[in-house]
Structure formats: C-alpha cells, structure tokens
Design a protein around this ligand. Structure first.
Ligand SMILES: CC(=O)SCCNC(=O)CCNC(=O)[C@H](O)C(C)(C)COP(=O)(O)OP(=O)(O)OC[C@H]1O[C@@H](n2cnc3c(N)ncnc32)[C@H](O)[C@@H]1OP(=O)(O)O
Length: 166
C-alpha cells in the first residue's frame, strides 16, 4: 500500500481546537467514514477488505488523489468519529506545459457538526494543497444553493456544469 513521505506537499496535518484535519487512514472505516459520505450520495457499506482494496487503489495515486478527514480528536480513542471529509483530485495535462488542475470533490460535514467552520477548513486545506502541488487552478461542481458557501471558501463562479450520468 502506498504511503506518503514526510516531505510530501500534501502530508501536513493540522489541529485546531478539538478537531484534527489529516489524510484518510484505512482505519477510518471504523470511524464512520462511509456513513458520513452517504450523507452526500449513495455510499453502501464496504467490508473491511473491500475498503482496504479501494484505499490501496487510491493511495497508489499519491499526491494526485488526496482525501482529507476531520476527526474529533478531543474524544477518547474508541469514540473518535470522522466529522467531515473532502477530496482533491489532480488532473495532469499537456496544456500549460504539462499543467495540473485540482478538482475538489466529495465535500461533506456530518449533519450534527455543520455550521462550526469544518467545511471551510477542509476545503481551504484542499485548496492550499492544490497550490502546493503546482495546480494552476482548482475547480468544483456544486448546486446553486452552495454558491455562497464556496464563495466563502474563495471560489468564484465560472462556466457551466454539464453531465451525463450512467
Ligand atoms: C464539490 C462538492 O463536494 S459539492 C457537495 C457539498 N456537500 C454537501 O452538499 C453535503 C451536505 N452539506 C454539508 O456537508 C455542509 O453543509 C457543507 C459542506 C456544505 C458546509 O459545511 P459546514 O461545516 O456546515 O460549513 P461552515 O460552517 O464551514 O461554513 C462556512 C461558511 O459558509 C457558510 N455556509 C455554509 N453552508 C452554507 C450554505 N449551504 N449556503 C450558504 N452559506 C453556507 C456559513 O454560514 C459560513 O459562513 P460564515 O463564515 O460567514 O459564518
């Protein structure tokens, strides 16, 4: 399973108050990571081995695929839960001399922990990482209701989102 070097641009964890923002770990399956994601979209449970296989596939992408989580680090170890998450996918291009574009995806804060600034912290950290790894821009898709939230995170509206779902 791939691991990140301490020098990795995307390796820095930060703790502010009772919540630590850090990289997803394979043990986060036991801390409610999948039920948290299911507050965003369909996310059926995975067995521990299915989760580990998926984790390994994504970890192999290194700094090109970063999943951050916010953990309630003030709780005693067995009680710790994942309160928020967000993902940065780095797309590599021929354009702009081999440029990189960051895509922010799968941002969700547990319903009971919303309104405490966690969403802002996770997205701002993802944006910092995008800059650190050399992206020339970072983009995301969201519903019109989330315009104000992402504006608070520093994003400006640009273009039109289009999709084909399978
Ligand atoms: C690219 C994607 O993944 S899009 C999918 C986004 N995720 C979802 O829609 C899942 C359901 N929603 C959530 O998980 C959360 O409500 C989130 C992620 C949208 C916001 O997380 P929170 O932790 O509650 O937001 P946070 O407390 O950091 O708010 C930051 C600022 O944005 C504002 N804000 C938060 N949510 C909203 C909203 N829905 N509409 C308008 N403003 C908002 C807050 O008022 C706050 O402003 P302030 O600093 O002036 O007080």
């Amino acid at each position: 399973m791939a691991s990140r070097s301490p020098e990795s641009a995307a390796s820095v964890a930060e703790t502010d108050g009772s919540v630590q923002i850090r990289h997803l770990e394979v043990s986060d399956r036991e801390k409610g990571f999948l039920p948290l994601l299911s507050q965003l979209s369909a996310c059926p449970e995975l067995t521990a081995s299915e989760f580990a296989a998926c984790f390994a596939d994504l970890a192999a992408l290194g700094d090109d695929h970063v999943i951050l989580v916010a953990e309630d680090s003030a709780a005693s170890a067995p009680e710790r839960r994942i309160l928020a998450t967000g993902c940065l996918f780095v797309e590599r291009k021929f354009l702009r001399g081999g440029g990189k574009v960051g895509h922010v995806e799968d941002v969700v804060v547990d319903a009971a922990a919303r309104g405490r600034g966690l969403g802002l912290r996770v997205v701002r950290r993802l944006v910092e990482i995008a800059k650190e790894v050399g992206c020339y821009k970072v983009i995301l898709d969201c519903t019109p209701e989330l315009r104000a939230y992402y504006a608070k995170c520093g994003f400006v509206e640009k273009g039109v989102q289009m999709a084909i779902y399978f």
